[in-house]
Ligand binder design. Structure first.
Ligand SMILES: Nc1ncnc2c1ncn2[C@@H]1O[C@H](COP(=O)(O)OP(=O)(O)O)[C@@H](O)[C@H]1O
Ligand SMILES: [Mg+2]
Length: 414
């Protein structure tokens, strides 16, 4: 191993000296406040050479390892979509880590999905999509990224981060990573750690390393309910946090109209305002009025203001979801409840198996034959409550945005 001279890189206010240690093809950054991972000789020996492809000539098929659930009636957000699409396409970017931050249901994943969809088909660099909702394990994440970006993966877990870092930096390509639902691996503020702090040190190191520009041209789009407090030193110098706000009035009206709600601008504005123009709530409200209220805003659920003093947005969402779930036919309700148990999707065959297990497992669904089941799944697809994901071999993936929030709900009052 040789150890050429150190290089100075700005890190927040201070400077950290990084030493680049070369071992054959492997270059690792070691030492400094960043605590970058080193890779032992044993780890290097453990590395499995799966393929040796020149990254600059490789055809980079996107690695969409998780489904970003689309908003069926996406509306608004023109500015942010334009901004982030350009950011994703640029060869070099200032903001290597961009986080979309907002409470659940604001539309973060929907925006990320639109960015992904708008990427040029012949992008000459990698695209890697991972949802921490589907898989919160850092090791699985690092293994998948090594596989994809390096074509080789260390056998032991110790060298994963260093291996990935080496692969990203050596390629100097504008790789894009989309990490959805990072809040799943961030502290909630109840465990002694600060709100938003990443629970896993390796993930923290990786994001800091990327933000500080050591990952070459690679960039990351993160969605999270919490700001990335570990990156606050890089704010404006490699890290950008975008607080996603609720839908603009015109977008909220458009969403209601596309759900089939009728009324003039004033009526639709008032309806959207009653739920803070929170995207998910507006969408379920539209769905509710369409299916059970004749499309008339006057039939919207009433809110008991005395019970809505704190967390008004959350309370209103719950109220709208409850109203909706309460009106569902028993079979549909029981199908949704069972689908919500499978965040990674479930096949029709498995649903049939559940039905076959009888009423105590399948509830009202046990009365449904195969044709009725397919019909009901088709209806859910049309409503944007479930969809088939090709990535998962035709499984019926439940749209977590609406459906997983519908269940578990308090028991139905009969
Ligand atoms: N821009 C939008 N236009 C229309 N509906 C939206 C939009 N953003 C979100 N929604 C609705 O809200 C739901 C939740 O959005 P999602 O992106 O999953 O929220 P988050 O990731 O912030 O929790 C979507 O499934 C859709 O029903
Ligand atoms: Mg999301």
């Amino acid at each position: 191993m040789t150890a050429p001279g150190g290089v100075n890189h700005p890190v927040g206010e201070s400077h950290v000296t990084l030493e680049h240690v070369t071992a054959g093809q492997h270059v690792f950054a070691v030492q400094g406040d960043l605590h970058l991972t080193t890779m032992s000789a044993a780890d290097v020996a453990d590395t499995v050479e799966v393929q040796a492809v020149d990254p600059s000539t490789r055809v980079w098929e996107p690695a969409i390892l998780s489904t970003l659930q689309p908003a069926q009636h996406f509306a608004g957000r023109e500015g942010i979509l334009d901004d982030l699409s350009k950011w994703a396409k640029r060869v070099r970017v200032q903001d290597r880590v961009v986080a979309l931050v907002a409470v659940g249901g604001t539309g973060k994943t929907a925006v990320a999905e639109r960015i992904l969809r708008a990427l040029p088909k012949n992008r000459k660099a990698g695209v890697f999509v991972w949802s921490f909702y589907e898989k919160p394990q850092t090791e699985a994440f690092l293994r998948a990224t090594c596989d994809y970006f390096c074509g080789t993966t260390p056998v032991t877990s110790g060298g994963l981060l260093a291996h990935l870092q080496q692969g990203l930096r050596a390629a100097e390509l504008p790789h894009l990573l989309i990490l959805d639902g990072l809040e799943l691996v961030q502290a909630t503020g109840m465990t002694g750690k600060a709100l938003g702090e990443l629970e896993d040190p390796l993930l923290k190191q990786l994001l800091r390393w990327l933000a500080s520009g050591h990952g070459g041209r690679a960039r990351v789009l993160v969605t999270s309910r919490f700001p990335l407090s570990d990156l606050s030193d890089w704010e404006g110098q490699g890290y950008r946090s975008i607080l996603l706000v609720d839908l603009e009035p015109a977008a909220a009206r458009s969403l209601l109209q596309r759900r089939g709600v009728k009324g003039d601008d004033q009526a639709l504005n008032a309806l959207a305002e009653s739920v803070h123009r929170h995207a998910l709530t507006v969408d379920v409200l539209g769905l509710y009025l369409n299916r059970f209220g004749g499309g008339d805003p006057n039939n919207a659920p009433q809110f008991d203001l005395s019970t809505l003093k704190s967390d008004q947005k959350g309370a209103r969402l719950t109220r709208v979801l409850e109203s909706y779930a309460d009106k569902l036919p028993p079979g549909e309700r029981d199908l949704l409840a069972r689908l919500s148990l499978f965040p990674r999707g479930v096949t029709v065959e498995y649903l049939r198996f559940i039905i076959g297990a009888g009423h105590h497992v399948a509830g009202a669904l046990s009365d449904y034959g195969p044709v009725q089941l397919l019909g009901m799944l088709g209806d859910l697809h049309d409503l944007g409550l479930a969809f088939r994901s090709e990535r998962q071999g035709g499984k019926h993936v439940l749209g977590p945005p609406i459906s997983t929030r519908l269940f578990p709900l308090p028991p139905r009052h009969n």
